[in-house]
Design a binder for this molecule. Sequence first.
Ligand code: SF4
Length: 209
Amino acid sequence: MADAGYESEENYLFLEKNGQSSYIKPTNYEISKTRKYRTDISRQENMSYDKETDSYTCKNGKRLYASGTRRSRTASGYVNVATVYRCGDCSGCPHKDKCIKGNNCKTPMEERTKVLYVSRTKEEKRAENLGRIMSEYGTQLRMNRSIQAEGTFAVVKEDMGFRQYLYRGMKNALAESVLVAIAYNFNKLHWKIQSQKTGIRLYELNKTA
Ligand code: SF4
């Protein structure tokens, strides 16, 4: 369970390899609900895809076919492979300024063609993950993550007054973090024992009629 900052193909595959199911909010989760996103013709998500020909059809009715792959390496060495889809003919298109982004490009707009970079693996993993987080259990996990993880930061910073590290260096900062976590957990356990809630790990979703 993690927030959108942790979504990546590498993380999805890491979890899968370790026998864990991801419940990660996709980076486009919030924005994808907006009108601006849904009407953005430059996005591959808003173009129709034909599996048989492996091509997208754009707002102007032109096809973008797969024309190769692009590889990029993450800081940890993982290699992302994206399929490159290129439009055959963008000349004279009336939607060009809305479809082709990147105003810093030195090539004049008249000479540019639309290119999409799509990682099939990420698409697939993101769709599976989205199905999980939209389920009732996924919704419950998301609610609990925001209460338990974000709430913990609030308690540690505001109630316990932990606003800055006293020691420097990774090792010392880690040791200090562990001490704070132990203190926090003692408090939490004490509260749970007092309120007889030791067996409860997840808050229930509010059921509305
Ligand atoms: S710029 Fe190219 S890809 Fe975009 S809508 Fe026009 S023809 Fe289609």
